[in-house]
Every structure is written in structure tokens, then in C-alpha cells.
Design a protein around this ligand. Structure first.
Ligand SMILES: Nc1ncnc2c1ncn2[C@@H]1O[C@H](COP(=O)(O)OP(=O)(O)O)[C@@H](O)[C@H]1O
Ligand SMILES: [Mg+2]
Ligand SMILES: [Zn+2]
Length: 337
């Protein structure tokens, strides 16, 4: 698990509250019932006595022990039955006075022995989804609905078809998730291509896969990253500074729409610092951009940035026709029918 400290703390806190609530609710119910029906209180007292009696009976020697314990067990069963009967008479379910945890497997502790319970794994992933910046997209854009038939299978100029190209990119993307976190696998990916070809969709699918494996992912557009850094710099804003820190600290950073930000010395410095810090600490990035030739990169960025983008990233070209348009046309046709 490499979720950020904030995520882990938030979930641990949630679990502690859940546990406490369950205990409090049971306590309140007990007090309520004891008030209405003092007999229940007597039964509870008697029940706790039978526990003691069994214990002291075992100290009295082996002679007839089995019999004595059997009798005590019977006594305790009868008391429990009485309790159920009373609850029923009062129109309550039999387990009304039990502590009602939301996860019965772990009693809302998040652990079964030393193993993390699935309920806590799920809560951590959910919290990581929420803090990734991807929101709804995580539910809508995954590998499972990444459709290769949107890419033409016509070969252009004797090369490979957009579909063959994307088949390769998709399999590399899945492989990336599979290998994420293994030593020596902190690769950076650069997705290059014009609008509507699935760059954001595919990087979201990777993000989901990586979060599900237990890593902290931060997604943001280049414009927004600049905005956060501006807020965190002049004048210093505490919450923006924390957000800015996550761009360099997260296990995976996805920068969307590189090249759409306003070109300035400030933006160049911010980008350079992110790239450099993450490369130095071996923390991977995925960058999506519409800039699609060397000239455009040179126009937008200085050499120290370009040399890092070239030297430290695996580039994947996206080509084909705008899928957003294709989908819109398809939906329009459906609506006409
Ligand atoms: N291969 C695909 N299969 C299904 N939907 C896709 C695919 N590629 C893109 N889309 C959809 O088309 C729209 C545009 O894709 P997007 O990933 O935003 O493109 P880009 O980031 O390259 O501009 C989104 O709604 C996305 O879900
Ligand atoms: Mg996009
Ligand atoms: Zn659990």
C-alpha cells in the first residue's frame, strides 16, 4: 500500500468513528431498554454471573465438572431466550442489543488478524479515487469500455492502421498497470495526438488500475496545475501548497493537455521542477499532449524541458479520427430512429 498519509489517516479516522458509532448505538439501546424493562438488566447481570460461575466451577475439581458446566450452560441459554422473548414482546428484533458493525467480518477494525479486510481496501481505494482529481471519469473511462473499433483499420501510406497502432498502445497500457510498482518499472509515458483520440480515456483507465493496486494517483490538467502553483506562491495559500506538494509526491502523476497553458517563465519553471523532481526520485508520470511535432515542443518549451521529455519518456502516438465526434454522430443517429 502506498496511498498517501492523508488518505490513510482519513480512512482510519472513518473506521474509528464507525466503530465508535456502533458501540454508542448499542449502549444507547441498552440504556433505553433497561429503563423500560428493568428485568433485562437483571438478566444481563445474571448472564455475566454464569460466566463467572463456569470459571469458578472449573476450579472446584474434575469431579462432576462436566455436569456442573452443562447445567450452567443451560441456565445461560435460558437467560438468553428470556431476553429474546422480552425483546420480541416489546416489538424489537432479537439482535436489537448487539453491537451492529457495518462489516461483520472485521467488526469495523479494518483488519482480520494481520490481514487487511476487503472493506478497508475498498474504503482506501474509494478515498484515493476521490482525491485523484478524476472523479466521475473513473467510472466512465476504463479499459473495459475502451473500444478499438473506433479506430480505422485502413492502412495509410503502407504503414500500420490506426487500429493496429491503438491495439499496441492499449496492450502496453495494460502492461504498464500490471508492472506498476515493481522495481525498475518507473516508466514515464507521453501520449501524443490530436483531440478526441482517447488520450484522456486511456490515461484514466491506467489511473484506475494503479489506484486499485494500492497507489496514490494524482491527475490534473496542465492549466490547473499552473493555477494551483500560482495560488500556492503569491501569496502563499496553505491548501494550494498541499495540493502542489501532491504533484511531486504522488506515486503516479498524470498531466493532461500539456501545451495548452499560457507560456511564461513561471510555467516553464513549474513544469521543469515537477519533471525534474519526479525523475530524480523515480516517480513515474503520464503526460498527454496535442503538440505533435518537435517544432511545436520547441516553440512552447525550453531545452531543459524538451530534453527531459525526449530522454525520459516513452512516446506513444495516437492517430485516427476524432472519437468524440464519432460518438456524437452515433448517438444522433440512434435518437433519430
Ligand atoms: N477507444 C475509445 N473507446 C471508447 N470511447 C472512447 C475511446 N477513445 C475516446 N473515447 C471517448 O471519446 C471522448 C474523447 O476522448 P478523450 O480521451 O477525451 O480524447 P483526448 O484526450 O485524446 O482528446 C471521451 O468521451 C472518451 O471517453
Ligand atoms: Mg484529453
Ligand atoms: Zn471489514
Amino acid at each position: 500500500m502506498e496511498y498517501s498519509r492523508q488518505i490513510v489517516e482519513k480512512v482510519l479516522d472513518e473506521f474509528a468513528k464507525k466503530r465508535q458509532n456502533a458501540v454508542n448505538t448499542a449502549q444507547e439501546r441498552k440504556e433505553e431498554m433497561d429503563r423500560i424493562c428493568p428485568q433485562l438488566k437483571e438478566i444481563d447481570k445474571a448472564l455475566s454471573m454464569t460466566g463467572m460461575k463456569i470459571f469458578s466451577s472449573s476450579l472446584e475439581g474434575k469431579d462432576g465438572l462436566e455436569k456442573r458446566i452443562k447445567a450452567l450452560r443451560k441456565e445461560s441459554r435460558e437467560l438468553l431466550d428470556d431476553k429474546k422473548r422480552i425483546l420480541k414482546l416489546m416489538g424489537k428484533p432479537e439482535n436489537y442489543l448487539d453491537v451492529n458493525y457495518s462489516c461483520e467480518k472485521c467488526g469495523d477494525t479494518g483488519y482480520i488478524g494481520i490481514n487487511m479486510c476487503t472493506c478497508m481496501k475498498k474504503a482506501l481505494a474509494k478515498c484515493a479515487y476521490e482525491s485523484s482529481g478524476l472523479g466521475e471519469a473513473l467510472a466512465e473511462q476504463g479499459f473495459d469500455n475502451f473500444d478499438l473499433s473506433f479506430y480505422s483499420d485502413e492502412k495509410k501510406d503502407g504503414g500500420i492502421s490506426p487500429r493496429d497502432n491503438m491495439t499496441y498502445v492499449l496492450s502496453e497500457a495494460k502492461d504498464y498497470v500490471k508492472k506498476f510498482g515493481k522495481p525498475g518499472n518507473s516508466q514515464n509515458l507521453l501520449f501524443v495526438g490530436s483531440t478526441g483520440l482517447g488520450k484522456t480515456h486511456l490515461s484514466t483507465a491506467i489511473a484506475k488500475g494503479v489506484i486499485d493496486k494500492g497507489y496514490d494517483v494524482v491527475y490534473d490538467t496542465m492549466q490547473n496545475i499552473m493555477h494551483i502553483f500560482e495560488l500556492s506562491t503569491f501569496p502563499k495559500d496553505e491548501s494550494a501548497s498541499q495540493d502542489a506538494e501532491r504533484y511531486t509526491q504522488s506515486s503516479l502523476l498524470i498531466i493532461d493537455d500539456l501545451g495548452t497553458e499560457l507560456k511564461s517563465r513561471f510555467s516553464q519553471n513549474v513544469l521543469y521542477n515537477i519533471l525534474n523532481t519526479r525523475i530524480m526520485s523515480g516517480k513515474p508520470m503520464i503526460i498527454n499532449t496535442n503538440l505533435d511535432d518537435a517544432k511545436e515542443f520547441q516553440k512552447q518549451y525550453d531545452d531543459r524541458i524538451n530534453s527531459r521529455l525526449i530522454g525520459n519518456f516513452r512516446t506513444f502516438k495516437f492517430y485516427g479520427d476524432d472519437i468524440r465526434l464519432k460518438k456524437a454522430r452515433k448517438n444522433a443517429r440512434k435518437a433519430q430512429k
